[in-house]
Design a protein around this ligand. Structure first.
Ligand code: SAM
Length: 246
């Protein structure tokens, strides 16, 4: 059954209006019709099994048949990602959502994409939100991951309160597995550097904020590869990626 994320406030009644992108996707792209069943989710775990009751030229409505709460079985990871060049952040948002990331915090670092190139443009934030929403829909996640606006590394570090904080640092000597406890931590923050790597001062600030520098071994991975690889390892070890929890 096709599923769509809609805003929470329209999901409360016995009928749901179908408009904008949701209407376009189901009526125009998927050519669904009156009588077809769909799932509508609010992105916070509420799920409604609905039946399309009416479709007009620009909108329609669906009747709610059943509603329930779903939890996200993915291990909650907060990815602190130094902004990569080009549109690689789109790829990180898409694959990170599929792999179960709970929150994305894009970062400015000394060697990341400069701040002026990525001013908080509403358009970019809307695009990023669309990428995450489409990836969550496609991968059947009940929750929509949060995407923060890009901020300086120091500001993001100051707000971190996760139980376990890991910084991927190719100059670190401690191997990842030695920093992973047997029992899953309540929450985890994963800090990944830019194409040019962290500078010494950034590494010091991160360690001062409780981040443990860990190495992934002898090969130097691209920023996006490093984040995906560790997320998959963590989801397998503590989450639902082909492990006991899934
Ligand atoms: N210093 C790297 C170089 O010599 O090319 C540049 C940084 S690397 C391309 C991008 C980021 O991925 C790093 O900042 C780090 O966070 C992570 N990373 C890549 N390979 C890693 C490894 N073997 N161990 C730990 N982190 C790694």
């Amino acid at each position: 059954m096709h599923r769509f994320f809609v805003s929470a406030d329209i999901l409360i009644g016995s009928e749901v209006p179908l408009a904008d992108e949701t209407y376009h996707h189901l009526a125009v792209v998927l050519r669904l019709a009156v009588g077809d069943d769909i799932l509508l989710l609010d992105g916070n775990g509420s799920v409604c099994h609905c039946r399309i009751a009416d479709l007009q030229k620009r909108g329609g409505r669906a009747k709610v048949l059943q509603r329930w709460q779903e939890t996200d079985t993915a291990f909650p990871i907060h990815l602190l990602q130094a902004l990569p060049k080009g549109d690689k952040m789109d790829l990180i948002l898409q694959k990170g959502t599929e792999l179960g990331i709970r929150q994305f915090s894009p970062l400015f670092c000394q060697r990341s994409v400069p701040k002026k190139a990525v001013e908080r443009s509403e358009q970019r934030c809307r695009r990023w939100q669309r990428i995450v929403s489409e990836a969550a829909r496609q991968s059947r996640r009940p929750l929509l991951p949060r995407v923060d606006a890009p901020r300086e590394l120091t500001k993001v570090l100051a707000d971190c309160d996760e139980e376990l904080r890991l910084m991927l640092w190719e100059e670190g000597s401690r191997l990842l597995h030695t920093a992973l406890p047997d029992v899953a931590p309540a929450s985890l923050a994963l800090l990944v550097g830019p194409e040019g790597g962290f500078n010494r001062e950034e590494a010091r600030q991160a360690m001062e904020s409780g981040f443990q520098p860990v190495s992934l071994g002898p090969r130097i991975l691209r920023s996006e590869t490093a984040g995906f690889a560790v997320t998959a390892i963590l989801q397998h070890r503590y989450g639902d990626l082909g492990s006991a929890g899934s």
